[in-house]
Design a protein around this ligand. Sequence first.
Ligand code: SF4
Length: 444
Amino acid sequence: MKTWKIFLEEIEKQQTKVICFGTGLMAEEALQYRQIRQALVCVIDNDKRKQGRETELGGQFYPVAAPDDLPGYLDGNTVILLASGHYKEMRHQIGEMSFSVQPKVYAFPELQTAYSADSEEFFEERFLKECLKEYEIVLEQYHINGKEKAQKIQEKELFIRGKNKYSRPFVVPRIMIMPTTRCNMRCRGCSSLLPLFANPSDVEIGQVLKDFELFFSGIDECIRITVGGEPFLYPDLKEILEYLLRQEKVLGIMLITNSTLLPKPEIIELLKNPKILLEISDYGYLEKMGRLIQLLEENSICFKVLTDQAWTDMGGVECRGRTEEEIRFQYLNCDQGKVIKGFHNGKFHTCARSARMLALGAYQSEHDYFELRQEDSPEQIREKLRKIFYSESADACNYCDLGALPATVIEAGIQMQGGKKKSRYTIVDRQEYEELKRLAKTRR
Ligand code: SF4
């Protein structure tokens, strides 16, 4: 099947014109490519409210036409690009229409997942591009901007590419470690499935440090690491952070907290290191979040608040009975498969969902994870890691909906018991934060 890269090369070479069907995020993504912008004839959408108006995509405004207008734009040199999670319905819709010249129809998500694991496109999309995205965040943490930033990114690209395909270093964009299944919240749709654990527990710090050593022995560099679960509940977080701050093969550390807990003083000291970025999920607990933000600001800690989050519903852990082709598509279409691989309790997994489902006893796989064993040499570990990273599918995708299209979006942070409601002030701007901090201060 044609890949996205080939599609772009062909439309440029053959001067093909493109009609983009869809005006949402996927269309926005497609229009980031110069070749698509240059070839674009018009934008089509089923939404009547958008038809006849202009829509902004990739920084430019385009008039939106109705699907019924398609024949007027088509000729033998024009193709239709379906850029929406509803691409299957759209393809069917076009199939029902009559044209004097039958148009060629391509779906953006299909083109984007058509590469094979041994291709350069796979490496470029799943490694190089993701590594450079992660690296940019690290550079921001160190306040490196302008020419210096551009220079460093260029150097990193050269390093990741290596001299050639066969001698390139093994650099991975990001992994996630999951030292605990404990959390003080019970969110509906929790991507880590934490509310399903009847007896949440911590992984022994000795095990975590052993897993680190084995993982790092098998790679050349990991741009960033996320510490998952609710990290401030893990009793040995200090040891984890001290290890990662010393470990030269990882360039950035990210902690994600639900904003309801304050880190201990010894953790605060470590968080001051620019190698660490704290992401704060804003689920509407304004007083607690205000106190946390105040503490972070007082200590010049690098943090980011995620305000208007929406989650994609990953569904329950039951088997969906998908075909191999559907599983392959879903895996390659899922961002977590690219950047949330990681280890939990002695095993390295294809994604965090796989780790959680195995810990829950909800599924098993001979393909999705392997044991990090002390008796394995660094070469053997590297080989096993490469197999996981260069896979085209995962059994876990048969028990999850994350990469499936169309996606179902759910509100973030809504509690299982429904007791906690999101504040109407959840999306806050800088000024509101100042007021928030003032209130938090006066109530202490
Ligand atoms: S199971 Fe598949 S779809 Fe779900 S998070 Fe993992 S890689 Fe993504």
